[in-house]
Design a protein around this ligand. Structure first.
Ligand code: SAM
Length: 180
């Protein structure tokens, strides 16, 4: 059942892959800037869960040791591949079943992805699993999909420490930076 809904999401993003950057780049970069004010990626392994076309890659590639992007949409991943530098990798994977060992990353980001997942708390725990203890996770919740209280509860109930929580008028997501 969960996989059926994920397949629908995958299909929807495949269909809109060509127009994604033109439509969302500006908005997404606002989120990246806010998240990166609170997460230092210097010299660490960075995970971008639901990386889409890789818009975030340019923001971290120069500083991070390694950047890995995962996404279910093959069409968006093809676009992401064009942005890949030598310290980067992209792969097709489900955010609920990340093909990495525990604590493989020292920083994780997931921008505008959780609204697509049937059990966002489960997804959050999976991102936590692959992120080292005490390391930072920046996650956003689309305002159209989550009430502010619901998204706040989601991050609070994750068992992680909330370092910052933004609800900024000109950004269409809440942004939470958590300590894994
Ligand atoms: C609104 S886009 C955001 C893309 C990217 N994070 C950005 O900042 O531009 C949502 C992304 O989540 C991906 N996605 C949806 N469900 C997923 C899942 N189960 N596992 C991994 N990625 C998923 C979609 O394919 C899409 O690329």
């Amino acid at each position: 059942m969960a996989w059926r809904s994920k397949r629908k999401v995958m299909h929807a993003y495949n269909v809109t892959a060509e127009i994604y950057d033109g439509r969302y780049s500006l908005e997404q970069h606002r989120k990246y800037r806010k998240a990166l004010e609170n997460v230092d990626v210097s010299g660490v392994n960075v995970l971008d869960v639901g990386c889409g076309s890789g818009l975030f890659f340019d923001e971290v590639t120069d500083k991070a040791s390694m950047v890995v992007g995962v996404d279910v949409s093959k069409k968006l991943l093809i676009k992401a591949t064009r942005r890949v530098a030598k310290n980067m990798h992209v792969l097709q994977a489900d955010a609920d079943h990340l093909p990495f060992k525990d604590g493989a990353f020292q920083a994780a980001f997931s921008f505008t992805v959780l609204q697509n997942l049937p059990k966002p708390q489960r997804t959050l725990q999976e991102i936590r699993r692959v992120t080292g203890k005490g390391c930072k996770i920046a996650i956003t919740g689309l305002k159209k999909a989550f009430l502010q209280t619901a998204f706040h509860d989601l991050v609070e109930q994750s068992g992680m420490q909330t370092e910052v929580f933004y609800d900024v008028d000109e950004i269409n997501c809440y942004i939470a930076v958590l300590s894994a």
